[in-house]
Design a binder for this molecule. Structure first.
Ligand SMILES: C[S@@+](CC[C@H](N)C(=O)[O-])C[C@H]1O[C@@H](n2cnc3c(N)ncnc32)[C@H](O)[C@@H]1O
Length: 273
């Protein structure tokens, strides 16, 4: 009996939506095509590729890695196991940065994104504020390769540098805004061995300690890299807002505050010099 779209989807043991997403990815067709062609025959190579992806999904591999893409701020970003899968809550960091840039009276404001991963934050800011000079760094050169590919595909002007936090940028470079979504999960957090996190780079998730070392390093280094009146905004864990506020206050920041994500969780904290 011929293998058809319907028979493949009917036998794959995945939730309907996931099966359809994987088959669309294999056949490189839009959603409506699948609906209109469910009795079409699928060739043996595509069927084998689909079965392989289904097995990986059943073993827990994240959908974003299997289809190689995730949407963020309305843009399609390529993702690979070398980068964190962008989270919707990180859009708050971008929206806050873009709002701040709109208030600045500068023809070319300078933005630094530390720990850029797939580049979602830096690239989304660059696309929303084409007049800005956007610099993005990561300690992982593999992550930077994905980020550079995304910037080229989306037509965003971002400069990428490899190195640990501020070491990646020239000491004389000063910025109007620094943003970061650093690894903030504590090393002992049981979530690291559950769900999608099992497949994501540990370097992107945890500092290998109490979850606060990257946030602390970024906060302490920021005053030397910000122009007068410059701002720092960092994403953090659901229960880290009070300690990050104290950290920023202790580092000389003014008007320190946290903002809630759509789930009502204090998700980012920032302040200005
Ligand atoms: C939570 S991920 C964020 C990725 C991306 N900005 C996002 O929001 O999806 C943290 C990123 O920080 C990078 N990173 C970890 N330690 C670093 C360090 N010491 N210096 C620079 N980047 C680092 C990781 O490689 C990873 O890409």
């Amino acid at each position: 009996m011929a293998t058809t779209v319907r028979s493949l989807l009917g036998s794959c043991r995945l939730p309907r939506l996931e099966g359809r997403m994987l088959l669309r990815h294999v056949l490189r067709v839009p959603q409506v095509w699948l609906m209109a062609h469910d009795t079409d025959t699928v060739d043996a190579v595509s069927a084998a590729r689909f079965h392989d992806l289904v097995q990986q999904r059943l073993a827990g591999h994240p959908m974003a890695y299997l289809i190689g893409e995730r949407e963020f701020m309305g843009h399609a970003f390529r993702v690979a196991p070398d980068v964190l899968i962008p989270r919707p809550e990180t859009e708050l960091l971008v929206e806050t940065a873009v709002r701040h840039l709109a208030l600045l009276d500068s023809p070319q404001p300078c933005v630094l994104d530390l720990g850029t991963g797939s580049g979602v934050v830096a690239i989304s800011i660059a696309l929303a504020c084409p007049q800005a000079r956007v610099v993005a760094t990561d300690v992982s050169d593999r992550a930077l390769a994905v980020a550079a590919e995304n910037a080229a595909a989306l037509g965003a002007k971002v400069q990428f540098f490899c190195g640990s936090w501020y070491e990646a940028v020239l000491p004389q470079s000063l910025f109007d805004i620094i943003v970061a979504n650093p690894p903030y999960v504590a090393a002992h957090d049981p979530h690291l061995v559950q769900g999608d996190l099992r497949f994501e780079p540990m370097l992107a998730l945890t500092d290998g300690a109490d979850g606060l070392t990257a946030l602390t390093d970024i906060a302490r280094g920021a005053p030397a890299r910000l122009r007068a009146g410059g701002v720092l905004w960092m994403e953090h864990g659901w229960n880290q807002a009070p300690v990050v506020r104290s950290l920023l206050q202790g580092t000389g920041f003014q008007r320190v505050r946290s903002l809630n994500d759509l789930a009502g969780i204090e998700r980012i904290t920032g302040g200005s010099l």
